[in-house]
Design a protein around this ligand. Structure first.
Ligand SMILES: [Zn+2]
Ligand SMILES: [Zn+2]
Ligand SMILES: [Zn+2]
Ligand SMILES: [Zn+2]
Length: 302
């Protein structure tokens, strides 16, 4: 766990990037560090968050590892459904450091859990890595700079655009990925088809990184022969869904997966290639509109 860069009173750091939930003295922190060790899950070595499970002999284990274990990893006692209520109570009283590398945030359990979801140090890979052979890896604080300097053509600062896929009607295989920035959040929109495999065109959108845990976004795709849509538009297809968070996102660095393996790609929609041909222009291009909308606030505690 990263302890080295935690800042203390009275020298509270003036750097606006360093956030401290409330002042803590070095002596208090030394004490709390000893208590914190008791929260380390013996399997994943992360700090256990409530619900914290324990065995007959009071050894604790985090809920994720508890689900996978059959016996206590410390003493091999049979698995129980007993919760460590004292630890859970302590979790809300003592300070935990943010788990992301480079971050100096320190706050009580629930505050740190919340902070970690929004933290700029959340590690990410380049979301265009697969399609643009880019091996960049960094965090949510540096991704914007990377996208601007390296992928400006595939980085859209808008939530409502009409895009064009050239020569769609005579292509056998295509894939496209673009990044949207809207209301401070980043979204990866992608689609592809390969007629040699099947006739489906698959579309997906995901929030990059952890996504904002408080705000929900939805997105829609609209296909029409002509944009902007006019009243006499005879054929139109609109699809709308919520943007997924904590998704099966290949841009998130997932430490639970071995080596460089990625999670499978997630899609929202599947449309037959032939159905989309009906929207192609005489030029054989396909135009479609992508809109991202702010949908509603979620209750983060539920
Ligand atoms: Zn664990
Ligand atoms: Zn045990
Ligand atoms: Zn952090
Ligand atoms: Zn990149």
């Amino acid at each position: 766990m990263a302890f080295s860069n935690v800042q203390f009173e009275p020298n509270l750091c003036s750097d606006p990037n360093i956030q401290i939930a409330y002042p803590i003295t070095e002596t208090e922190w030394k004490l709390e560090k000893n208590v914190l060790r008791e929260f380390e899950c013996p399997v994943c070595v992360n700090y256990a968050n409530p619900p914290i499970m324990m065995c007959l002999n009071s050894h604790i284990i985090c809920i994720d590892c508890w689900k996978k274990c059959q016996v206590c990893p410390t003493c091999r006692a049979p698995k129980t459904f007993t919760r460590a209520f004292v630890m859970e109570k302590l979790h809300s009283l003592i300070n935990f450091p943010c788990k992301w590398e480079g971050c100096s945030y320190l706050g009580t359990g629930i505050k740190t859990n919340m902070h970690e979801m929004l933290c700029n140090f959340f590690p990410v890979r380049c979301p265009l890595g697969d399609c643009h052979s880019c091996s960049w890896a960094g965090n949510m604080g540096t991704i914007m700079g990377h996208l601007t300097s390296s992928h400006n053509r595939n980085f859209i600062h808008a939530n409502h655009v009409v895009l064009k896929s050239k020569l769609f009607a005579i292509s056998r295989k295509k894939d496209y990925t673009v990044i949207f920035k809207y209301k401070g959040s980043l979204f990866k929109f992608y689609w592809n088809f390969n007629l040699a495999i099947d006739s489906k065109v698959r579309f997906g959108m995901i929030a990059i990184g952890n996504g904002n845990p408080i705000v929900m976004f939805s997105y829609s795709l609209m296909f029409a022969k002509r944009f902007p849509i006019s009243n006499d538009c005879r054929k139109l297809r609109i699809m709308k869904t919520q943007v997924k968070k904590n998704p099966a996102d290949c841009s998130v660095i997932d430490r639970s997966l071995p080596g460089n393996s990625r999670r499978p790609i997630f899609y929202n929609f599947e449309i037959n290639y032939d159905d989309l041909l009906a929207f192609c222009e005489r030029s054989l291009d396909l135009k479609y509109q992508v809109s991202i909308e702010y949908s509603h606030l979620t209750n983060v505690w539920s």
